[in-house]
Design a protein around this ligand. Sequence first.
Ligand SMILES: [Zn+2]
Length: 378
Amino acid sequence: MTSLVPLKLETGNVVIWNNPNPSSTFYCRPIKFQFAKETTDFVKQEQSAMEEEIRNLTISNCGNFEVTHELHMTMIDGKVTTIITDTPSAATCNVCLAKPSEMNNLSLMFSRPVREDVYQYGLSTLHMWIRSMECLLHISYNLDFEMWCARGDNKNLKKFRKDMVQSEFKQQMGLLIDVVKQGFGTTNDGNTARRFFRDYQKTAEITKIDVDLIKHFAVILQVLSSGKAINIDGFRGYCKETAELFVHHYPWYNMPSSVHKMLIHGADICKHFSCLPIGILSEEAGEARNKDFRNTRERHTRKTGRLQNNEDIMHNFLISSDPYISHLKPKYNIFKTSSMFPEAMQLLITEETKEFEEEEEQIEVDQEAPENLPDPLE
Ligand SMILES: [Zn+2]
């Protein structure tokens, strides 16, 4: 599935329109879908076809206005990032090519040469939530023998702890953790991970992982998905502190490449997109679309032939992402700062936060675009 999410429309420095919900499918326009296996060759071929189309984009003429377009390829998951950045394996960092055995040598990690051109593919924020949770869970499973991987008798120890952790999460928080779903990976999704980190004290009790470390992860993930401008230097320091905390408590567990990317390169990747907060560049809308796909295909399409079937899927997607229809839906602020930890708030640029909130209030009051600027949707 290839999709596009419009994020904002601006003239000079004046923002005419902001996508109120960039992580939802409300404005997630389908470009194409294909039934094919996600192989290396296929992904690369799709990427270059897409880049070719972007290069050939012409200026849109809208009455008295001319609109130019700036596109970012950030709505991709870890697997696709690994392929398009020519990284040898998913366990290797795609920015600095560090191998798993090197990950916990922090002084080396902070001084390694980086491939800055990889920054343009963003951070896959949604997957960061899930990968961070899985990393802490795996540390927890291995706590009895303190080794990166379980061999021999340790396998039983690991299984015992895993069963215990899973049943505790189910009993105390109603969460299904790490349960394999037939054909669709595991039950670990964004919602599970967000609960896991929000109730960090309970999570620490169940997993026996250092509570401070879980809180640090929660703060970083909240900042990344806040959709607001980040205080880069403050954030960089906080990530470094988290990496040190990780290595201090669990030196025997090699930091996974995704967690490494977030803690070591996260601040630089955010800086690369200076004018767009990293939170609005997540792959969440695309992932939600994948989920929609199955549902739509099963329940809202004709089953009289492949052609009709595909046509109905495309029509459904065009309707559910139609900018005009979506802009009539009630607005709600998904980037709520009220539910964020104070530590996370401190890592955001506060003046901008204020402006954003004022803007949101104004929209609630008059539901109209600012005066003397045309509403692009009309
Ligand atoms: Zn790296």
